[in-house]
Design a protein around this ligand. Structure first.
Ligand code: ZN
Length: 277
């Protein structure tokens, strides 16, 4: 089955991973800007990173028939440095009109601090002024519930925001319902050690339906599995879900969400067109 991974950090992955993903049916992916594992020292560090995300990664993916899209921001961890964050936010527009840029992300909260909230709101303002979509990271483990609540309050407090153009990622059982109820898209992240397993993700599809629900691997430089979306597909099949129902979550939904972005120009694989007819 063809699928899209809407959240994966390919700058941290090998070319062999691209080949494996292509063989498993991955036809497109989107890569949000994230923390490199160390704090970057200057705005130029981010400019170089955005160059890699918008120029080199799409080329690397294309060699395996995968279409690569991206999101730009300074992540919540580095947002503690508010002065640097403001320099990065001022520089982001240099890249927003490049092909394949879908919007601002992954912004969000990490430890739910005041500085993180300040920088989150300034990213929101940039997205509204530039008419960009938004991809949001919610905090890990013990900070997730409160952080998700804070994020929802900041989003719903801004009347300019079109909720159907915002994806709130890394939802779990205790946060998915409020995200969907408020009209946002929700992303489930399949991680081997934390976040969500394929079985728990399928449980959530069964409980809440597949409308505005996405599933991703968030493969990065830590313990993660770039082929986690095919694991989800297998678990859906095992439980007797139809191919159409599976495809909605792993293919139709991400494309529907991304299609709201002017940077999303997608060439569907031929076989998908045949299925449509
Ligand atoms: Zn991420």
């Amino acid at each position: 089955m063809y699928y899209v991974d809407p959240h994966i950090h390919m700058v941290s992955r090998t070319t062999d991973d691209y080949e494996t993903l292509a063989k498993m049916g991955c036809v497109a992916m989107s890569e949000p800007a994230f923390w490199a594992g160390y704090d970057r020292g200057s705005v130029d560090g981010f400019r170089d990173y955005f160059e890699q995300l918008t120029a080199f990664e799409p080329r690397r993916a294309r060699d395996y028939g995968i279409q690569h899209f991206t999101w730009l921001c300074i992540n919540a961890k580095e947002a503690e440095n508010v002065a640097l964050s403001r320099e990065v936010i001022a520089m982001i527009p240099e890249f927003l009109d490049r092909p394949g840029v879908l919007g601002i992300g992954e912004i969000g909260l990490n430890k739910n601090t005041r500085n993180e909230a300040i920088v989150f709101l300034e990213h929101l303002d940039l997205a509204m002024k530039t008419d960009e979509q938004i991809l949001i990271h919610t905090p890990h483990l013990e900070d997730k519930y409160q952080g998700t609540r804070m994020i929802l309050d900041m989003l719903t407090g801004d009347r300019r925001i079109d909720r159907s153009r915002v994806l709130i990622d890394h939802v779990e059982e205790h946060t998915v319902e409020q995200v969907l109820d408020e009209g946002f898209w929700a992303g489930m992240t399949l991680y081997p050690v934390s976040k969500c397993t394929p079985a728990r993700a399928v449980d959530m599809v069964e409980l809440y339906g597949s409308e505005r629900l996405l599933v991703n691997s968030a493969g990065d430089w830590g313990p993660s599995k770039p082929t986690a979306v095919p694991d989800f597909i297998l678990e859906m099949r095992r439980r007797g879900h139809s191919e159409r129902a599976i495809r909605r979550v792993v293919y139709d939904n991400p494309i529907e969400f991304f299609s709201q972005s002017r940077g999303f120009v997608f060439d569907p694989p031929d076989a998908v067109e045949l299925v449509e007819n």
